[in-house]
Design a protein around this ligand. Structure first.
Ligand SMILES: Nc1nc2c(ncn2[C@@H]2O[C@H](COP(=O)(O)OP(=O)(O)O)[C@@H](O)[C@H]2O)c(=O)[nH]1
Ligand SMILES: [Mg+2]
Length: 193
């Protein structure tokens, strides 16, 4: 098999989905890291539910791109936040090689939402994912334990702290996912044939 660095076209653009509950920081994360102006479809929040913590919500998707090296780019697709846009998940998930599930350390009450989203994504595709705890410079062990328990994560699943406004932090998270994706591709050579 050709060495990793020489993999051709299909591996040069990896589709990554960024998902998680409303307000978890998906749009922020993509905007922080993307080298192209992020195509976002933001609209004023219209929900009559809980008091919104922000005035805009992503209605269809965010799209961004980051080049890792001359052979590899990540295309990032952020999912919309409100329930009525759930139909977009399948569309955005089509062909993804991995995903980030964002949760907000300051909104652990949204963990049931995160669990529902994770269940939907796990049904959609058996691809690697990383759980990203946003607004966290570090991850308190008690918070990690709660997140793992409430999302039903196994020990192998990576749970990492992140500040979605910080480029280095976002880069580290994406590299963690990228390594998991590359490992999974190596483990399934038939899928690459
Ligand atoms: N301080 C801080 N604010 C954040 C962070 N991530 C997101 N925010 C803010 O939280 C709000 C919701 O983030 P947004 O990216 O729109 O969430 P989305 O609904 O998941 O796309 C925005 O006002 C962001 O500026 C973070 O890591 N640190
Ligand atoms: Mg958004």
């Amino acid at each position: 098999m050709a060495p990793r660095a020489r993999r051709r076209a299909p591996a040069t653009a990896l589709k990554i989905v960024v998902t998680g509950p409303f307000g978890a920081g998906k749009t922020t994360l993509i905007r922080t890291i993307s080298e192209i102006t992020v195509l976002s479809t933001e609209k004023p929040v219209t929900s009559a539910g809980a008091p919104p913590q922000k005035t805009e919500t992503t209605v269809a998707m965010d799209f961004g791109r980051i080049t890792i090296d001359s052979e590899l780019a990540l295309y990032l697709f952020g999912t919309p936040g409100q329930d009525r846009f759930e139909f977009m998940w399948d569309i955005l998930g089509e062909g993804m090689l991995g995903y980030l599930l964002l949760v907000d350390l300051e909104q652990l009450s949204a963990l049931p939402d995160a669990a529902n989203i994770l269940a939907a994504f796990r049904r959609m595709a058996a691809v690697p994912y990383v759980v990203v705890v946003n607004r966290a410079s570090e991850l308190p062990p008690t918070a990690e334990a709660e997140i793992r328990a409430r999302l039903g994560l196994d020990e192998q699943t990576l749970v990492v702290a992140c500040d979605a406004t910080d480029r280095e932090s976002v880069k580290a998270v994406l590299l963690a996912l990228l390594f998991a994706v590359l490992d999974s591709l190596d483990a399934a050579p038939a899928a690459m044939a």
